[in-house]
Every structure is written in C-alpha cells, then in structure tokens.
Design a protein around this ligand. Structure first.
Ligand code: ADP
Ligand code: ASP
Ligand code: MG
Length: 403
C-alpha cells in the first residue's frame, strides 16, 4: 500500500511530538507500506513569521510573504527526516521545488496545477520514507508560492491523487470532524462519516479542521480521507462521496470569524453597476460572499457583501480607486462580524431549517445582519462577539450534542 499521512502544526510542535509522528510513520513503513508524509510548519511558526513580517512592513508584497512563510514547512520536514534517521529508518525530505509541485502564480493563495511524481517514486523504490513540505508550491517563474492558510491538507490530498495512494490520512489535534468546533462547543459530537459536499461547506464556512480546497480536490479525484488525532488511536472521521446513514437534517455548525462586510451606498440603479464592482474585486483575486442588494429607490441602490477579513484592505483599496466608475456616494466597511452557518445534506428536502436557526438566534437575542443560503446550508452574518454563543444555541436547537 502507498499511504499519504499529513500532520498539522500542533502535531509536530516540539521534539516529543516530532518523535511521536516519526514512530507512527515508521510503523506503517515497517509493515511494508510505502509512506509519504506531508507536514505543516511546527506549532505556531506561520503566525510568528507573519507577525515578524509586519514588524518591517505592514503591507508586505505577497511574493515576499510566500518566500518567508514557505521556510516554516522546510524546517519541519528536515527535522522529521533527521528524527527518523536517528531511529535508524531511511527518510528524505523534499520541498515543493524538489518534488516539484507546480502552482499558478497567485501568491498567498495559489492553486496546484500539476505534481511531478517521479522523484517521490524513485525515493520510495529506494525504500525511503518521503517527507514533503505542505502548503507550498512553485510557479512558472520558479518562485515559491503558498496555497493559503491551512493549505497543507490540500498538498496531502493532491499528492494522494497524483501518486494514486491507497489511503490519505489527515492527522490533527482533535479526534475527527465534529458537529461544531469542539473547542467552542464542548458537547459537540464526533461524526464517523461525512460526505464531501457537507465537509466542503463546513470547511469553506470556517471549520478549519480541513482546508476547503483539500475537500474540493478529494471529491474531484475521489480520494477518501480519514481525519484523526495524532495523539491517540481513536477511529476518526471518514470523508467520502456517500455515507451509510440517513442524511442528517443538519450535520454541523461552523463559524468564520475572518469575515468583513463592505457596503456601497447610493449607487446608480442601472445595468452594469454590480458587474463593475465585482469585476474589480475578481481582478484582484478577492473572494466575495453573501451579496445583498437593496431595492432601488430614487434611482439609487445599495450593495453589501462580505469578504475575508484578511482581504478587506485590498478590497477597499480596489473599490476606492474606481469609486467614480460605479458612482458610489459612500463606501463603508465593518470588520468585527462573523458568519455562522448550518450545513446538512438533508436540508434540501426539509423546509423549516432556516426558521429553526433564526429561532435559536432569537432565543439568544442575537441580531442578524445578512442571510444567505445554498441547497445544503444557511449562513447568517452577526456581530463577532456573539459568534460563539450563537454557535452553541444553534447546536442545541438542532439537538446535535453527543448525548
Ligand atoms: P492542523 O494544524 O492539524 O492542520 P487546524 O488547527 O488547522 O489543525 O485544525 C484543527 C482545529 O480545527 C481543531 O483544533 C478545532 O479547534 C478546529 N475545528 C473547527 N471546526 C471543527 C469541527 N467541526 N470539527 C473538528 N475540529 C474543528
Ligand atoms: N503552516 C501553514 C499555516 O499555518 C499551513 C498549514 O498549517 O496547513 O497556515
Ligand atoms: Mg490545518
């Protein structure tokens, strides 16, 4: 069997954790399997590097940020290879360039385009454990790129697809995928299985246990994932196309605190305005979500939407530069908002889920600022300081707790 095993930052945070991971990988190796390991940077390294960059430049170039951030993963893979070496097992670390992992050129949020499998296969044939840097890639200019925060999961899934791996295991600091973030909702329940579609919604809406693009890739290439703890042997959660259980009305609740709202007030009420606004943002690669347009009155209208908080400054700059084009009287923004979502495949065929979610928010006396829905999710925008409480009330009203 060829097994891809990915370990996140907390799983390799210090010497003891590194040896713990090394030993788990060596077990598979000694059972005769080919083992490819994908690692994140140790502990909070990436956060530390971002803070360091801000000390010298509050708005550093994205290219230089990628140059800096990709160092974190290079430290952990080298350390892991050394740890395995000290345990007498042949291992080799490879960075994105050495593999090579080709991406497009969107620094800070690049997409994997192609992976060369040759070098990895050669090393596996030589009976080595191959340890690959997560999160990073290389573009057509031979520059280092990164896949976005949490992107090591995507590296792992892409490698599993490219290598036609028999298993892809994502090890983290919780036992699997829960009905809500177990750190915020202590009685959240671990799911045995979840569909790609539900997981994709949860991950896109703030459940950072998996990077959303890793789920997208897993679905596309039909890579079955197991999410489990690196610290115990519990079974974990399987992410796959179809689950055995009856489709849950609501399978989980997610919170995204990295949200910001932008409002354009007093726009001309005529064709082409929305196009020119969102085209400006698309050109800058800014993801827009939860779009709301008011009913036109006196030949003007307002448009509000959300962007990731980390993109707010870029969005405001792009819009202010073209303010005249869409005749906005005023452009405002608000950072301390959060998205709270419920996700469930059963929702598509069951009315009343939205009403129930709003009832929970009413019970909690929490005001809703925006609402958006898809077939299998409902999202509301609320004050950030209310987010955790909202999550608990919603989790409760849908009876998702473990007992
Ligand atoms: P890693 O460093 O291993 O990639 P992350 O911190 O990126 O780990 O993701 C794991 C974290 O995701 C957990 O510690 C948990 O707080 C958070 N999380 C958010 N939503 C969920 C959920 N629905 N199920 C499990 N964990 C979740
Ligand atoms: N080290 C990167 C981050 O902190 C990638 C990852 O952890 O997946 O975002
Ligand atoms: Mg992660």
């Amino acid at each position: 069997m060829l097994i891809v095993k990915k370990f996140g930052g907390s799983s390799v945070a210090d010497k003891d954790r590194i040896f713990n991971v090394a030993k788990r990988c060596i077990e598979d190796y000694q059972a005769g399997h080919d083992v490819v390991v994908v690692l994140s940077a140790m502990g909070k390294t990436t956060d530390g590097l971002i803070a360091k960059a801000k000390e010298v430049n509050p708005r550093p170039s994205k290219r230089e940020m990628d140059m800096l951030l990709s160092t974190g993963e290079q430290v952990s893979v080298a350390m892991m290879a050394m740890a395995m070496g000290s345990l007498g097992v042949p291992a080799i670390s490879l960075n994105a360039f050495q593999v090579a992992m080709h991406t497009n050129s969107q620094y800070g949020n690049s997409r994997l385009k192609r992976i060369d499998a040759e070098r990895i296969f050669t090393e596996l044939e030589n009976r080595k454990i191959v340890i690959v840097t997560g999160f990073q890639g290389v573009n057509k200019y031979d520059d280092l790129t990164t896949l976005g925060r949490g992107g090591s999961d995507t590296t792992a899934v892409a490698l599993a697809a490219a290598l036609h791996a028999d298993a892809c295991e994502i090890f983290t600091d919780v036992d699997g995928v829960y009905t809500a973030d177990p750190r915020i909702v202590p009685d959240a329940r671990k799911m045995d299985e979840i569909t790609y579609d539900e997981m994709l919604e949860l991950a896109s809406l703030g459940a950072k246990v998996l990077h959303n693009r890793s789920v997208e890739l897993a679905k596309k290439y039909n890579v079955q994932l197991v999410v489990r703890s690196s610290l115990n042997r519990n079974e974990g959660t399987i992410v796959k196309e179809d689950v055995k259980m009856e489709k849950m009305l609501v399978s989980g609740v997610a919170v995204d605190k990295n949200a910001a709202r932008v409002s354009l007030i007093g726009l001309k009420d005529e064709p082409g305005i929305a196009f020119s606004i969102f085209n400006e943002l698309a050109k800058k690669g800014i993801n827009v979500d939860m779009i709301l347009q008011s009913i036109g009155r006196d030949n003007t209208k307002d448009i509000s939407f959300t962007v990731p908080g980390t993109e707010l400054q870029n969005a405001m700059d792009a819009l202010n530069a073209k303010k005249e084009n869409f005749t906005a009287k005023q452009i405002t923004s608000r950072e301390n908002v959060a998205k709270v979502s419920v996700v469930g495949a059963g929702m598509a065929t069951n009315p009343g889920v939205a009403a129930k979610m709003f009832e929970a928010l009413y019970n909690a006396n929490i005001n809703i600022k925006m609402i958006s829905t898809s077939e299998i999710r409902i999202t509301v925008l609320i004050d950030e300081k209310e987010a955790d409480r909202a999550m608990k009330y919603i989790h409760d009203i849908f009876d998702l707790a473990s007992n």
